[in-house]
Design a protein around this ligand. Sequence first.
Ligand code: SAM
Length: 243
Amino acid sequence: METAIVVRSGRNDTAVRLKSARKRTASSRQWIERQLNDPYVREAKDKGYRSRAAFKLLELDAKFRFLRKGARVLDLGAAPGGWSQVARARIGENGIVVAVDVLATEPIAGVTAIEADLLEPETLAQIKAALAGPADIVLSDMAAPTTGHRATDHLRTLALFEAALDAAEDILKPGGTFVGKVFQGGASGPLLARLKRDFSSVRHVKPPASRKESVELYLVATGYRGGADTEHRKQGSERGSDP
Ligand code: SAM
């Protein structure tokens, strides 16, 4: 059996190494060691967050302050639930959080979880029913399982990002906020043009909790310029500016 050695130096626990790596591949050994040595993993455990990803949303919200009291929030790609926990705590008891994932999300008090694929056409109707009104914030941390092939992973994440943006533009209130995960250099040219057309501010952000070696970035778009069928969107589509 493997044994973990913890070297303590002063206040910090450092350099956890697996003594024996029998029956593990190098990459699984590296993953375990990285988890054991990651301060965000430890802090998430200490604070009762289900994922270290919770800190990315906390850091994004510290910068942009979009999680306001009483907000109606849609969390796409929510499992295991770190972002939903943060959103729930920030918006207070009068807010609404709807969490969607293809995987089951263990219940979180005050969060409506929907186990569904956003890419399936019927999912949007389920989301609208659960939100019971236009959303103030749409969050998407959706990511497809990585293949290791960068271009493929980038395209799959971009497709999820675009699906999240489609959903956001269908359900956001005017003035609303969209936060979505993208890979490698951010949104593509046409998607970025669409975002800039439909939101008053668009920023790419790498929160400190996002691992340096990860190619993920978050796109924060604030000030949604209209409801689902506003004239400017229809005109934009007619001009062929949608990707
Ligand atoms: N934000 C989450 C948290 O704080 O715990 C972590 C999200 S995890 C990085 C990405 C999630 O996206 C996975 O749970 C995955 O199942 C979900 N996902 C991927 N494709 C999806 C799709 N088509 N519809 C819904 N969820 C999807």
